[in-house]
Write a protein that binds this ligand. Structure first.
Ligand SMILES: Nc1nc2c(ncn2[C@@H]2O[C@H](COP(=O)(O)OP(=O)(O)OP(=O)(O)O)[C@@H](O)[C@H]2O)c(=O)[nH]1
Length: 798
């Protein structure tokens, strides 16, 4: 007979991880004493005579094979906590929960529930309910729970949330991502409880609102693929020619209405440099159009598929894994004949299919690795994540081949797009219900932009917008108006970064203008841009050609741009856009010698660059590391914006790793090594953003294109990106210290700091899977140590 492995006292029994398929008999010998029973990670389908445990307060049945809800639970009248998560339950019968008057905690996440029993509402004490990862279509049963504090309903099939839940209850925490919400739209929910409450307040008790069909459409693909041609032609409803010299810089945004659907077109520039900032604007529930230039696509060349197709598909998979993706093969007219077009179409479709199948099989493999029951609970977080990743499906259409220069082709693609967005299963939530006030504010915003005295740049002060009743007839509270602006920011019609201190009062009513400025500093041809800056602009910032030449040199050799150069470049962009007449506005954007401008604040916020200073090495004040000498721990001084030599380093422009590798020296088999693998790949820009984060934490550092060396006290950590093989990983490596406990602790803290920053970064890519391990140091051994729970370990004290 099984013996309980962790009997805390007679009141609590732990029978987890025993491969049990029936309840152990020894439970029943002491039935009336047991208050807590842990049966998680077993193979139970039924729980037989559980009703005998009349004093049970906590029942844990997570990770079993239960498909039928155990109705006997109704007899457990004292039950306070019930865990039935990670089972296969489809239905909860009525007349169970009405008996559980003391139930406070219910976890039924990761089951197959389609509906909730009406009498759930009788559990008046329920404070925590987790129903995530089920198939629920409504939540009426929880709306009357008076004490409900925390509700998790992520990844269900909800289209609406009950207003009562937000207007009359005590709800403090709500997780509702991954549904198909129409009332309120997901973009409102993303603002949290306050925005949802404001939404229902404005919608009123009769829930009478406007319905709006709107879809954000993202045009992706490599440079010259034909995205702008497609986008502009669709906007105009006819074939529009885009000159080959007219490259999109950053993102072009426009709005079009067709057959009652409002399309918000976001045309992303294809150059890799721009992609660094793109992921921020690639948001869920959008239609993604991937343009592939068929004339330059080569079937036999794997790189051609990689550059033109898989790079984009993987990025969509990682960032918005549940999207609908339309494949458009452009330049069809430049293919030799129909046969060439057919071959290329077939090849692309097959390779995409293989890529998606491979992703699924990789996920399955990871799952079966972990499924080894002895380890399952230690890896349960990973398992949940892997199962979630498997639920995401990228819906890829078959490729249509077109000649974008022909009107008939534009009509054809227009029809194709409409068919897709009007297909309910593909786009269940393009129709949103909005309170009338939302529409009013949006129309007022449009009128405002059209006023002759409205500034061309579209940058407005939030307080003016709110205080002067510009956007509403005066009956909306400031809070409600802020909620509406947040919604408009999320759907992409305006930009408002209220979380950035310097920008919290600034609203960008014309997002494309901001992005254009953004791209003044993040662009593929920055050296050329600097070279072209004329004397007259240099003079405005008190600089000479001599300075310009120095900036170019520093940009090329150190990926560093002086603040003077930043100001000059932004001023030039403003002059080109005829927006440099108002000197106050120019200063606001460019900054001054004493204050950072808005553009730089944004780039810093998005971790594109970090403050540094100029000198011959990337961090001249760092003391030299010598493993044989005692480390001088005096930290180099941070450089403030106002120092004359102050500058910004853009890791994305770093060319090599020479300096870092010189400082590091040789790898040693004794080095301590942790590898973080990324599936399907390391998202573009993650490593450079990791550099920015690490350098902000550890002021002693050296940086390269795919390497970073950071030091603290006597320890150095080398962080290296490896993308050479099919496996993509980031390696974290430290020299093994002498048997010195303090040095080991410091080393561990450094490794944890890197892991933790990496983890925070990766969470911005929901379709990404990341796992961490250390290879065995024994030569020839292929075994490894898997790091399952490092993120639950706090950094140790020094
Ligand atoms: N013959 C032909 N030319 C096309 C077609 N589609 C686009 N072009 C041309 O290809 C060139 C590049 O097109 P764009 O639309 O600017 O390419 P893009 O993808 O927006 O490029 P980036 O702005 O660099 O990201 C332009 O000169 C277009 O006129 C097509 O189907 N047939």
């Amino acid at each position: 007979m099984a013996r309980s492995n962790d009997v805390q006292d007679r009141r609590g029994l732990d029978f987890s991880k025993r491969r049990l398929n029936t309840l152990p008999q020894e439970i029943f010998g002491q039935a009336e004493y047991i208050e807590s029973l842990n049966l998680q990670i077993n193979e139970l389908q039924h729980i037989g005579h559980i009703s005998q445990l009349v004093n049970l307060k906590e029942l844990i049945l997570s990770w079993n094979n239960i498909s039928e809800f155990p109705a006997a639970i109704r007899e457990l009248k004292k039950l306070q906590r019930l865990y039935l998560n990670q089972n296969k339950i489809q239905k909860i019968p009525t007349k169970v929960f009405s008996f559980l008057a003391n139930l406070q905690y219910l976890n039924m996440s990761n089951n197959h529930l389609e509906e909730l029993p009406a009498d759930l509402v009788d559990c008046k004490c329920l404070k925590y309910v987790n129903l995530s990862n089920n198939y629920l279509k409504n939540l009426w049963a929880v709306e009357g729970l008076p004490l409900l504090n925390e509700l998790h309903v992520e990844n269900n099939r909800l289209t609406e949330l009950p207003a009562e839940l937000f207007l009359r209850t005590n709800l403090k925490v709500l997780r509702v991502n991954g549904n198909q919400l129409q009332t309120p739209p997901e973009e409102v929910c993303a603002g949290g409880l306050k925005d949802i409450q404001s939404y229902f307040r404005q919608l009123g008790s009769d829930l009478d609102g406007d319905t709006v069909a709107r879809v954000k459409t993202l045009f992706l693909g490599s440079s010259m693929a034909g995205k702008s041609t497609l986008c502009r032609s669709l906007r105009e409803g006819r074939a529009v020619t885009v000159e080959a010299s007219d490259r999109t810089v950053g993102i072009d945004i426009s709005e079009v209405e067709k057959d009652g659907v409002q399309f918000l077109f976001w045309d992303f520039a294809g150059h890799e440099e721009y992609y660094l900032t793109h992921h921020i604007f690639i948001t869920p529930h959008a239609l993604v159009i991937l343009a592939i230039d068929l004339s330059s696509y080569i079937v036999e060349d794997a790189q051609s598929f990689e550059d033109q197709v898989s790079f984009w598909i993987n990025n969509v998979l990682m960032r918005v894994p549940d999207s609908v993706l339309l494949l458009v093969g452009t330049h069809a007219d430049q293919c030799k004949d129909a046969e060439e077009r057919r071959k290329k179409k077939e090849d692309i479709e097959k390779k995409i299919n293989d890529l998606l199948e491979e992703r699924m099989s990789n996920l399955d493999q990871q799952i079966s690795h972990i499924i080894d029951k002895s380890q399952q609970d230690e890896f349960s977080e990973h398992l949940t994540q892997l199962h979630q990743l498997k639920c995401y499906t990228l819906k890829v259409s078959s490729l249509i081949t077109i000649d974008c220069t022909k009107c008939a082709a534009i009509e054809e693609i227009q029809k194709h797009i409409l068919q897709h967005v009007q297909n309910k299963p593909l786009f269940p939530n393009i129709v949103r219900t909005l309170p009338h006030s939302y529409k009013e504010v949006e129309s007022s915003m449009r009128c405002l932009i059209k006023k002759p005295d409205f500034p061309k740049h579209g940058i407005v002060d939030l307080n003016n917008l709110v205080a002067n009743n510009t956007l509403n007839s005066g009956n909306l509270s400031k809070e409600d108006l802020h909620s509406i602006l947040r919604y408009l920011h999320r759907i992409g019609t305006i930009l408002w970064f209220e979380e950035i201190e310097d920008l919290k009062d600034t609203v960008f009513v014309k997002p494309s203008f901001l992005i254009t400025l953004f791209k003044t500093l993040v662009r593929h041809d920055l050296v050329e841009q600097l070279t072209e800056v004329p004397k007259v602009i240099l003079k405005k910032e008190g600089c000479l050609i001599r300075h310009k030449n120095k900036w170019i040199d520093q940009l090329k050799s150190q990926a560093t741009l002086s603040y003077d150069a930043v100001r000059v470049l932004v001023r030039r962009a403003l002059m080109q856009a005829d927006m440099a007449r108002d000197e106050d506005f120019v200063k606001e954007m460019t900054g001054t010698r004493n204050k950072e401008g808005k553009i730089l604040s944004l780039l810093r916020y998005f971790e594109i660059c970090l403050p540094t200073n100029f000198a011959c090495s990337l961090n001249p004040q760092a003391s030299e590391f010598d493993p044989n000498k005692k480390w001088d721990s005096s930290l180099p001084k941070r450089h403030s914006f106002t120092e004359p030599e102050a500058a910004c380093m853009f890791p994305g422009y770093l060319k090599d790793n020479d300096k870092v590798m010189k400082m590091w020296g040789k790898d040693d088999p004794e080095d301590i090594k942790v590898l973080v693998y990324f599936m399907p790949e390391i998202p573009h820009g993650v490593f450079h953003r990791l550099i920015v984060r690490m350098c902000s934490i550890f002021s002693t550092h050296w940086v390269g294109n795919s390497c970073l060396l950071a030091g603290y006290e006597a320890v150095l950590v080398l962080v290296k990106k490896s993308t050479d093989s099919d496996d993509q990983y980031i390696e974290i490596r430290c020299k093994r210290p002498e048997d010195n406990l303090l040095a080991f602790k410091q080393l561990w803290n450094l490794i944890l700091a890197v892991l933790s920053e990496l983890n925070k970064l990766s969470s911005q890519w929901p379709g990404l899977y990341q796992y961490t391990y250390s290879p065995c140091r024994e030569p020839g051994c292929t075994e490894d140590f898997k790091w399952k729970d490092w993120h639950s370990l706090p950094p140790r004290e020094k």
